[in-house]
Ligand binder design. Structure first.
Ligand code: MD3
Ligand code: FE
Length: 218
C-alpha cells in the first residue's frame, strides 16, 4: 500500500519544467551516484581528462574526456565527434551499462522513449571553471534529446533561448540531478557559472562532474 506515511516508499522524483521540452529531474540519479563516480574512476584509467583548446585558441576551463562510440573533440581545426581518443589513438572507453541505462530511463521519464545515447561527454569542473553560453549543434541528430547528470559540487546552470541575447534563467544543479533537453530547447543557448570557491560535496570535494549523453548520428 502506498501512502504518505509509508516510510519505505522511494522518494517520488520531482520533475520541474524549466523551458519548453526541458525538464529538471531533481535527485533522479542520487541512488546511483556512488556507482557513477566509481565508473568515472574506471574510465579515467583508460583515457585522461584534458583541457581541450577551442578553434579560437583558448583552453577550456573544464577538463573533459568521453566514453561511448563517439567522443567530443575540439582543437584548432574545430569542433567534432571522433571514434578514437586523440590522446591514445584508441577507441574511446566503452559506455558503462549503468550510464546508458540511467540516460535511457531519464529520457523515457519525460516522454523520449527509445533514446539510445552514442556518446557521453564527461566534464570535470574545479574551482573557478565554467562554460560560457553556447549552443550544442555538432550532432547530426537534433531530434534526439540530451541527458545531463550532475555529480559532486553544485553549480549554477544558465539557460537562455534561441538567441544569444535572450536573458538566461538560472538553475542550481546539485549532486544526483538530471536534466533532459529535447524538441524546442535542444538548440537553446546554455552555460554554467564558474564553480564557486566554497562549492563542494562529500563525495567529490571541490569538484563537479557532468555527464552529457547524446545521440550523434541518426
Ligand atoms: C541544454 N555542459 O557539455 S549541462 C556541454 O554542466 C555543456 O557540463 C554543461 O553544456 C555542463 O555542452 C551543461 C548539459 C547540456 C548539454 C546540452 C544542452 C545542456 C543543454 C543542449 C541544449 C540545451
Ligand atoms: Fe552544451
Amino acid at each position: 500500500m502506498q501512502s504518505s506515511l509509508d516510510l519505505f516508499a522511494p522518494p517520488t522524483p520531482e520533475s520541474i519544467a524549466i523551458a519548453p521540452d526541458a525538464w529538471l529531474l531533481k535527485g533522479f540519479a542520487h541512488a546511483q551516484a556512488d556507482d557513477l563516480l566509481a565508473q568515472i574512476g574506471q574510465i579515467e584509467q583508460q583515457t585522461a581528462f584534458r583541457h581541450q583548446v577551442t578553434p579560437g585558441g583558448h583552453a577550456m576551463s573544464s577538463a573533459q574526456c568521453s566514453c561511448g562510440t563517439y567522443g567530443w573533440v575540439t582543437d584548432k581545426r574545430g569542433y567534432r565527434y571522433t571514434t578514437e581518443d586523440p590522446l591514445t589513438d584508441k577507441p574511446w572507453p566503452a559506455m558503462p551499462a549503468s550510464f546508458r541505462e540511467l540516460a535511457v530511463r531519464a529520457a523515457a521519464e519525460v516522454g523520449f522513449e527509445g533514446f539510445e545515447p552514442q556518446s557521453c561527454l564527461i566534464n570535470r569542473y574545479q574551482t573557478g571553471a565554467g562554460m560560457g553560453l553556447h549552443q550544442d549543434k555538432d550532432e547530426q541528430d537534433l531530434g534526439a534529446p540530451i541527458v545531463s547528470v550532475t555529480l559532486g559540487a553544485p553549480i549554477t546552470f544558465l539557460f537562455g533561448g534561441l538567441l544569444r541575447t535572450d536573458k538566461p534563467s538560472r538553475w542550481l544543479l546539485e549532486h544526483g540531478d538530471v536534466v533532459v533537453w529535447g524538441g524546442v530547447s535542444r538548440l537553446y543557448f546554455h552555460g554554467v557559472a564558474p564553480l564557486g570557491k566554497r562549492a563542494s560535496h562529500a563525495a567529490t570535494g571541490a569538484v563537479r562532474y557532468n555527464l552529457t549523453f547524446r545521440r550523434v548520428v541518426g
